[in-house]
Design a protein around this ligand. Structure first.
Ligand SMILES: [Zn+2]
Length: 395
């Protein structure tokens, strides 16, 4: 089976902009455009200076200026083009096109594109190396480049779409990551198996894949990921009954191995994602995926075993999980040294549910007041590390 682009997951790692990049003269302008899909920043072309033009201006100056001749420097470049960040320029509030309410106006203001970003890019073709162009990135962006806020100011070209897809796959939204994996798998099934594509009423193509065919295709898919893309893949011994499998891409593996603290996140107890804080972007980044239809602790345990002994993921110290006894037991059996922490969000949500259920006063206003007070107290307790302080709080 041949590997083609349509069936490869392109989850690549986010790379920061390099300060100095040398690219061939033949397609250097494309390299500037490529900052959009690679880094999420668009550079707007400014002035260009050529050695020829500068020499001419210099000669003119020498002819017209009286008295001592101005000092001139040797021009070491063939041409130099200046670019500024697409969010540079004076903050300017464009008038809303129609009359909008005051609170909408507040939101409207936040959408200003020009925010006086001072980052620049200078493309220089040096005389000493006329076949290449050096892209020199200077200054700091005053916005998170490639962040969701920036996306709406980028041209919706093919490259911008690629960037959006890329960002979503990096895990800015877990739901989209899941959809992305599902779509990829779907495309794979369509390309490699005899599937019936049915046009449903809603005009959405549905792929009918037989259950056994589905299992077979997962196996083939994993083999391809492993052999052609260098993934670490996991297929449970009882895959045929539990549908348990997982994978880690090479760059995910690099991040995972460096992580000390991760979060095991279950989406509907079908897709498990191991998420870590990305060292560069600071956002949650999925570093391992695991599917199962079995809700017992065994599949999770086997997957963790795979992470420990195949991926060699050993350095973690703390793991945050949803409130799940099965998950806790699985972690304890494979990683007994790891500290398990319940996700505070889930703990708080469970508490609130119980408080609303058990504490009922006469009126809904009184209920809301007392619930709020209790929740505030409980949240404070959540962060208390000292048992001698915690226990009196409890009573
Ligand atoms: Zn910028």
């Amino acid at each position: 089976m041949s590997s083609n682009n349509a069936t490869s997951i392109h989850i690549s790692c986010y790379t920061p902009i390099s300060e100095r990049l040398t690219v061939p003269l033949t397609n250097w302008e494309k390299s500037v455009v490529d900052y959009i899909p690679l880094h999420g920043v668009r550079f707007v072309k400014g002035t260009t200076r050529t050695a020829e033009g500068q020499e001419r201006a210099k000669a003119q100056r020498l002819n017209t200026t009286e008295g001592p001749k101005p000092r001139t420097r040797y021009i070491d470049y063939v041409f130099k083009t200046y670019y500024s960040c697409h969010r540079s320029g004076e903050k300017r509030q464009t008038k809303p096109s129609k009359i909008i309410a005051a609170k909408d106006l507040e939101n409207y203001k936040k959408k200003v594109k020009k925010i006086e970003c001072t980052a620049n890019l200078v493309a220089t073709c040096y005389k000493s190396d006329p076949n290449n162009v050096v892209l020199h990135h200077t200054g700091n962006h005053n916005h998170q480049i490639g962040g969701l806020e920036d996306l709406k100011f980028l041209p919706l070209s093919q490259v911008a779409k690629q960037l959006i897809e890329q960002r979503l796959r990096e895990g800015f939204r877990k739901r989209d990551t899941r959809i992305s994996i599902q779509n990829h798998f779907l495309r794979y099934s369509q390309a490699n198996l005899n599937t019936d594509v049915e046009q449903s009423l809603g005009n959405e193509a549905q792929v009918i894949v037989h259950r056994d065919q589905m299992k077979e295709s997962v196996k083939l898919w994993l083999t391809e990921l492993k052999e052609n893309e260098g993934y670490d893949t996991f297929l449970a011994d009882n895959f045929d009954s539990t549908f348990s499998f997982g994978f880690v891409s090479p760059w995910q593996k690099a991040l995972l191995i460096e992580s000390e603290s991760v979060c095991l996140d279950a989406t509907h107890w079908i897709l498990y994602t191991i998420v870590t804080r990305h060292p560069w972007t600071g956002t949650g980044c999925p570093v391992a995926f695991f599917f199962t239809t079995d809700h017992s602790m065994l599949p999770v345990k086997h997957f963790l075993y795979f992470l420990r002994y195949t991926v060699h993921f050993l350095g973690w110290k703390k793991i945050t999980i949803n409130i799940s006894i099965a998950e806790r037991n699985a972690i304890n059996s494979v990683y007994p040294e790891v500290v398990i922490q319940w996700c505070l969000f889930h703990v708080a949500r469970a508490w609130m549910g119980k408080i609303r259920e058990y504490i009922k006063l006469g009126s809904s206003a009184a209920n809301a007041r007392v619930h709020r007070a209790i929740i505030t107290d409980l949240k404070r307790m959540m962060w208390e590390k000292d048992t001698s302080v915690f226990l009196p709080m409890l009573s």
